[in-house]
Design a protein around this ligand. Structure first.
Ligand SMILES: [Zn+2]
Length: 286
């Protein structure tokens, strides 16, 4: 009886430890250039530029992570946060907006990000500067190009290119080595996605470091293979549609994505069924 109790309490303690370990998100800071860093925690990768003018941040993950994110940023610079740019409206990229605003940052995003956050009843942390096409910020000794790409991951995507540091933050137009989320219900599309990557590839060069929306720090060669994957899957799905196949047929036909399933592009959030369904939905909308 005594040993059973001991066993049960040990079991309880060990499961509690497991639970708290899962809840414990750490923010890892990776130096990308002299002045640009990538912060990895939970949700979309964060970009940070530091220098004489202050701190400039790209995306802010979830509200509950703000204290840890601010702590990581403090280790890079003691200057105030000037701006936060949202690459799009999804909660794992904008969840910390209200906290960042309280910390003194001005939020910048595409017009449709403002619309979608406001429609979502957000009253705090809304962008105070919005743009339709492109915008430049001159900060920490360089021009940062912010450009919108049409109907890619959503209808409000922005990419950012640090012209001196030679760093691209691709937002969610890039899921490194995994199937992307094409949010067809929020204006995303496979063709817009392909065009977005093509446009970014024209801006960057072989030495550019790329911060993807999700995944590891990357480069032009990897981003180009990601584009190839999108083109191949689009062609495969279109070929099935041309044969008169239904969404159900396509979702249940693993041959369409096999080449990339074998390379482990399928992951828990976007598995191979989901990517086949998203591409189908996007193509029949055209
Ligand atoms: Zn997203």
């Amino acid at each position: 009886m005594k040993s059973l109790k001991l066993f049960l309490s040990l079991f309880l303690i060990s499961s509690l430890i497991t639970i708290s370990a899962q809840n414990e998100v750490t923010i890892n800071s990776i130096q990308v250039s002299n002045s640009v860093y990538m912060l990895v925690g939970q949700g979309g990768n964060i970009g940070v530029s530091v220098g004489d003018d202050g701190v400039f941040v790209i995306d802010d993950q979830f509200a509950q992570l703000t204290p840890k994110i601010l702590e990581s940023i403090k280790k890079l610079s003691d200057k105030p946060i000037q701006f936060v740019v949202n690459t799009h409206y999804h909660g794992d990229h904008t969840g910390g907006n209200a906290n960042m605003e309280k910390a003194g940052a001005k939020i910048i995003a595409h017009d449709n990000v403002y619309k979608r956050l406001a429609e979502g009843k957000a009253t705090e942390g809304l962008p105070v500067i919005t743009f339709n096409d492109k915008l430049s910020i001159y900060i920490n000794g360089e021009q940062v190009l912010i450009f919108h790409v049409d109907n890619a991951h959503t209808d409000g995507d922005a990419m950012l290119y640090f012209t001196k540091s030679n760093v691209l933050h691709a937002g969610d137009t890039y899921f490194q080595k995994r199937y992307p989320y094409i949010d067809v219900n929020s204006g995303g599309s496979i063709d817009g996605y392909i065009n977005a990557v093509k446009m970014a590839l024209m801006v960057i060069d072989e030495d550019t470091k790329i911060i993807p929306g999700h995944g590891d720090l990357s480069n032009k060669t990897e981003y180009a293979s990601f584009l190839e994957m999108l083109n191949i899957l689009r062609a495969n799905v279109q070929a099935e549609i041309d044969k008169g196949k239904s969404e159900n047929d396509i979702v249940n036909n693993p041959a369409i994505t096999k080449q990339y399933d074998d390379l482990n592009y399928s992951w828990n959030f976007i598995n191979s069924e989901k990517i086949r369904s998203a591409i189908y939905k996007s193509l029949i909308k055209n």
